[in-house]
Design a protein around this ligand. Structure first.
Ligand SMILES: Cc1cc2nc3c(=O)[nH]c(=O)nc-3n(C[C@H](O)[C@H](O)[C@H](O)COP(=O)(O)O)c2cc1C
Length: 179
Protein backbone atom coordinates (compact mmCIF):
# COMPACT_ATOMS: atom_id res chain seq x y z
CA UNK A 1 0.00 0.00 0.00
CA UNK A 2 1.65 3.17 -1.21
CA UNK A 3 0.14 5.92 0.93
CA UNK A 4 0.33 9.57 -0.12
CA UNK A 5 -1.16 12.07 2.31
CA UNK A 6 0.70 15.35 2.84
CA UNK A 7 -0.78 15.91 6.31
CA UNK A 8 -1.46 12.50 7.79
CA UNK A 9 -1.52 13.97 11.31
CA UNK A 10 -4.68 15.90 10.38
CA UNK A 11 -6.20 13.02 8.39
CA UNK A 12 -9.18 11.03 9.57
CA UNK A 13 -10.12 8.74 6.67
CA UNK A 14 -6.64 7.88 5.43
CA UNK A 15 -5.35 7.45 8.96
CA UNK A 16 -8.14 4.97 9.74
CA UNK A 17 -7.37 3.20 6.47
CA UNK A 18 -3.61 3.19 7.15
CA UNK A 19 -4.20 1.63 10.58
CA UNK A 20 -6.39 -1.02 8.95
CA UNK A 21 -3.71 -1.72 6.32
CA UNK A 22 -1.09 -2.11 9.03
CA UNK A 23 -3.32 -4.67 10.76
CA UNK A 24 -3.63 -6.71 7.56
CA UNK A 25 -1.01 -9.47 7.67
CA UNK A 26 -0.60 -9.59 3.91
CA UNK A 27 -0.15 -5.82 3.44
CA UNK A 28 2.87 -3.55 3.88
CA UNK A 29 2.30 0.18 4.22
CA UNK A 30 4.72 2.59 2.58
CA UNK A 31 4.12 6.24 3.52
CA UNK A 32 5.58 8.38 0.73
CA UNK A 33 5.37 11.76 2.50
CA UNK A 34 7.11 10.26 5.53
CA UNK A 35 9.82 8.62 3.39
CA UNK A 36 10.38 11.59 1.09
CA UNK A 37 9.41 14.89 2.77
CA UNK A 38 11.92 16.60 0.44
CA UNK A 39 10.57 14.83 -2.68
CA UNK A 40 13.99 13.21 -3.27
CA UNK A 41 12.76 9.78 -4.26
CA UNK A 42 15.14 6.81 -4.16
CA UNK A 43 14.20 5.35 -7.55
CA UNK A 44 16.12 2.01 -7.38
CA UNK A 45 14.75 1.31 -3.88
CA UNK A 46 11.21 2.08 -5.03
CA UNK A 47 11.56 -0.12 -8.11
CA UNK A 48 12.86 -2.96 -5.92
CA UNK A 49 9.88 -2.52 -3.57
CA UNK A 50 7.44 -2.62 -6.50
CA UNK A 51 9.12 -5.73 -7.91
CA UNK A 52 8.80 -7.49 -4.55
CA UNK A 53 5.01 -7.15 -4.31
CA UNK A 54 2.18 -8.68 -6.34
CA UNK A 55 -0.51 -6.12 -5.56
CA UNK A 56 0.12 -2.38 -5.58
CA UNK A 57 -2.51 -0.22 -3.89
CA UNK A 58 -2.24 3.55 -4.27
CA UNK A 59 -3.95 5.10 -1.25
CA UNK A 60 -4.62 8.85 -1.21
CA UNK A 61 -7.11 11.63 -0.55
CA UNK A 62 -8.56 12.95 -3.81
CA UNK A 63 -6.96 16.33 -4.53
CA UNK A 64 -8.38 18.26 -7.45
CA UNK A 65 -9.87 15.06 -8.87
CA UNK A 66 -6.47 13.41 -8.86
CA UNK A 67 -3.70 12.30 -6.52
CA UNK A 68 -1.48 14.46 -4.28
CA UNK A 69 1.68 15.80 -5.93
CA UNK A 70 4.23 13.42 -4.37
CA UNK A 71 2.37 10.35 -5.63
CA UNK A 72 2.41 11.78 -9.16
CA UNK A 73 6.13 12.55 -8.80
CA UNK A 74 6.72 8.98 -7.57
CA UNK A 75 4.93 7.53 -10.60
CA UNK A 76 6.77 9.90 -12.97
CA UNK A 77 10.19 8.98 -11.59
CA UNK A 78 9.79 5.31 -10.68
CA UNK A 79 7.54 3.81 -13.36
CA UNK A 80 10.15 4.22 -16.05
CA UNK A 81 10.45 3.08 -19.64
CA UNK A 82 12.39 -0.18 -19.59
CA UNK A 83 11.09 -0.93 -16.08
CA UNK A 84 7.33 -0.47 -16.12
CA UNK A 85 6.63 -0.29 -19.85
CA UNK A 86 8.28 -0.23 -23.26
CA UNK A 87 11.12 -2.41 -24.42
CA UNK A 88 12.26 -4.66 -21.58
CA UNK A 89 9.79 -2.96 -19.25
CA UNK A 90 8.16 -6.05 -17.81
CA UNK A 91 8.73 -5.59 -14.07
CA UNK A 92 5.06 -4.96 -13.28
CA UNK A 93 3.46 -7.38 -15.75
CA UNK A 94 0.86 -9.66 -14.20
CA UNK A 95 0.71 -7.67 -10.95
CA UNK A 96 -2.46 -5.97 -9.73
CA UNK A 97 -2.97 -2.21 -9.45
CA UNK A 98 -5.75 -0.59 -7.43
CA UNK A 99 -6.57 2.79 -5.93
CA UNK A 100 -8.00 3.46 -2.48
CA UNK A 101 -9.22 7.04 -2.17
CA UNK A 102 -11.02 9.28 0.24
CA UNK A 103 -13.04 12.19 -1.09
CA UNK A 104 -14.45 15.32 0.51
CA UNK A 105 -17.50 15.04 -1.74
CA UNK A 106 -20.31 12.63 -0.93
CA UNK A 107 -21.08 9.71 -3.26
CA UNK A 108 -24.16 11.46 -4.73
CA UNK A 109 -21.85 14.20 -6.02
CA UNK A 110 -19.88 11.69 -8.11
CA UNK A 111 -22.06 10.89 -11.10
CA UNK A 112 -23.31 12.48 -14.33
CA UNK A 113 -25.94 14.52 -12.45
CA UNK A 114 -23.85 15.27 -9.38
CA UNK A 115 -21.86 18.33 -8.42
CA UNK A 116 -18.61 16.82 -9.74
CA UNK A 117 -20.17 15.62 -13.03
CA UNK A 118 -18.16 12.40 -13.32
CA UNK A 119 -17.87 9.12 -11.49
CA UNK A 120 -14.79 8.08 -9.50
CA UNK A 121 -14.13 5.38 -12.11
CA UNK A 122 -13.88 8.19 -14.67
CA UNK A 123 -11.59 10.33 -12.51
CA UNK A 124 -9.31 7.32 -11.95
CA UNK A 125 -8.98 6.50 -15.67
CA UNK A 126 -5.30 7.65 -15.83
CA UNK A 127 -4.44 5.01 -13.21
CA UNK A 128 -6.48 2.39 -15.03
CA UNK A 129 -4.71 3.29 -18.29
CA UNK A 130 -1.36 3.06 -16.49
CA UNK A 131 -2.23 -0.44 -15.31
CA UNK A 132 -3.15 -1.40 -18.87
CA UNK A 133 0.07 0.06 -20.32
CA UNK A 134 2.16 -1.85 -17.78
CA UNK A 135 0.35 -5.17 -18.30
CA UNK A 136 -1.20 -5.07 -14.83
CA UNK A 137 -4.63 -6.22 -13.73
CA UNK A 138 -6.84 -3.30 -12.69
CA UNK A 139 -9.44 -3.77 -9.99
CA UNK A 140 -12.26 -1.50 -8.94
CA UNK A 141 -11.17 1.13 -6.41
CA UNK A 142 -11.99 1.36 -2.72
CA UNK A 143 -13.63 4.75 -2.12
CA UNK A 144 -14.34 6.45 1.22
CA UNK A 145 -16.71 9.27 0.27
CA UNK A 146 -17.62 12.30 2.34
CA UNK A 147 -14.54 11.98 4.52
CA UNK A 148 -15.15 15.20 6.45
CA UNK A 149 -18.59 13.96 7.50
CA UNK A 150 -17.47 10.59 8.83
CA UNK A 151 -18.26 10.03 12.52
CA UNK A 152 -16.09 7.78 14.68
CA UNK A 153 -18.27 4.76 13.97
CA UNK A 154 -18.19 5.48 10.21
CA UNK A 155 -14.39 5.63 10.39
CA UNK A 156 -14.31 2.32 12.18
CA UNK A 157 -16.62 0.84 9.53
CA UNK A 158 -14.40 2.28 6.78
CA UNK A 159 -11.31 0.73 8.40
CA UNK A 160 -12.99 -2.67 8.62
CA UNK A 161 -14.23 -2.51 5.02
CA UNK A 162 -10.75 -1.52 3.82
CA UNK A 163 -9.17 -4.36 5.78
CA UNK A 164 -11.61 -6.83 4.13
CA UNK A 165 -10.97 -5.30 0.68
CA UNK A 166 -7.19 -5.63 1.10
CA UNK A 167 -7.51 -9.23 2.29
CA UNK A 168 -9.66 -10.07 -0.70
CA UNK A 169 -7.07 -8.56 -3.06
CA UNK A 170 -4.31 -10.56 -1.37
CA UNK A 171 -6.33 -13.80 -1.50
CA UNK A 172 -7.15 -13.33 -5.17
CA UNK A 173 -3.53 -12.65 -5.99
CA UNK A 174 -2.36 -15.71 -4.03
CA UNK A 175 -4.89 -17.87 -5.89
CA UNK A 176 -3.74 -16.47 -9.24
CA UNK A 177 -0.12 -17.22 -8.32
CA UNK A 178 -0.97 -20.79 -7.35
CA UNK A 179 -2.95 -21.44 -10.57
C1 LIG B 1 -5.81 20.54 -2.11
C2 LIG B 1 -7.08 19.77 -1.89
C3 LIG B 1 -7.85 19.38 -2.98
C4 LIG B 1 -9.01 18.64 -2.80
N1 LIG B 1 -9.73 18.23 -3.89
C5 LIG B 1 -10.84 17.47 -3.72
C6 LIG B 1 -11.57 16.99 -4.87
O1 LIG B 1 -11.21 17.21 -6.02
N2 LIG B 1 -12.68 16.24 -4.63
C7 LIG B 1 -13.12 15.94 -3.37
O2 LIG B 1 -14.13 15.25 -3.23
N3 LIG B 1 -12.43 16.37 -2.28
C8 LIG B 1 -11.31 17.12 -2.43
N4 LIG B 1 -10.59 17.53 -1.33
C9 LIG B 1 -10.99 17.05 0.00
C10 LIG B 1 -10.15 15.83 0.38
O3 LIG B 1 -10.26 14.80 -0.58
C11 LIG B 1 -10.58 15.33 1.75
O4 LIG B 1 -10.32 16.34 2.69
C12 LIG B 1 -9.84 14.07 2.11
O5 LIG B 1 -10.21 13.02 1.26
C13 LIG B 1 -10.13 13.69 3.55
O6 LIG B 1 -9.32 12.57 3.88
P1 LIG B 1 -8.45 12.58 5.21
O7 LIG B 1 -9.40 12.59 6.39
O8 LIG B 1 -7.62 11.35 5.17
O9 LIG B 1 -7.59 13.84 5.17
C14 LIG B 1 -9.43 18.30 -1.49
C15 LIG B 1 -8.68 18.72 -0.39
C16 LIG B 1 -7.52 19.44 -0.58
C17 LIG B 1 -6.72 19.87 0.63
Amino acid sequence: VVLAHPALERSRANRAMAVAAECTNEARLHDLYEAYPDYLIDVPAEQARLSAHDVIVLQFPLYWYSCPALLKEWIDLVWLHGFAYGEGGVALQGKTLACACSTGGRDVNYGPFGHNRFTMDEFLRPFEATAHLCGMRWVKPFIAHGAALLEEEDLSRTGKAYHAWLRQLADRSARARAA
